[in-house]
Design a protein around this ligand. Sequence first.
Ligand code: NAD
Ligand code: ZN
Length: 233
Amino acid sequence: MNPDIRNIVILTGAGISAESGLATFRGPDGLWEGHRVEDVCTPEALSRDPLLVHRFYDERRAKLTEVVPNPAHEALAMLDHAWPGDLLIVTQNVDDLHERAGARRLIHMHGELRSALCAACGKAMPWEKALPSGSICDGCGKAALRPDIVFFGEMPYQMDAIDTALRRADMFVSIGTSGAVYPAAGFVQTAAHVGARTLELNLDPSAGSIYFEETRLGAASLLVPEMVRDLLA
Ligand code: NAD
Ligand code: ZN
């Protein structure tokens, strides 16, 4: 293990789950599973067409039962268990593949498919099945449950904890994210500012590549296990 590295922050995006069979956000056609982002990922879309938005996330949630973690998720879970210093995996993904691989030090900054959120009282609750529009909150009793997904224009979860970890980081790694969605796209600059080593693992150069000291191009299922082996060597 490199003695200069103690605290690690790892940001993951849709690319880490691509080889498990989950579509990324911006496929070649710029759509997410055939939908424009504005039609399924905004508060306006939810109030304009709740049936469409609920159905979209119902389909994504159902799909989780057909996929399993890949070697990239497994390697990060192993690192989480073995790493003696601080470590935080911050995922933009709404799937549950990191935790199913065994990762524990994990923040879902953009929410989770397997969670419902009450728009009236703010309570979040585990949710496995379809979530019909108008489902009742078991906290306040109102028919106000929505997918627990952070839409564009909403505040991502646990930003204070993420910021604290970034400011203490000796190493920041970004895996499988296009670097197009803020605030996550700016994490590399925060980490670099405090002197962290910055490494990007992605299939293609991303919008944020210029901010990283090092970019390794390739499939996450190969690059992530390699990186974990190096870190634990
Ligand atoms: P994105 O789709 O914008 O970018 C994915 C990136 O991964 C691209 O740069 C691509 O080159 C790279 N990539 C594709 N396959 C890869 C592979 N096998 N190995 C390594 N890299 C690979 O994804 P993003 O930046 O995470 O977009 C952000 C939003 O998309 C998030 O807010 C998230 O909530 C949502 N989203 C989540 C999921 C999921 O939970 N699995 C899926 C799609 C979209
Ligand atoms: Zn409620």
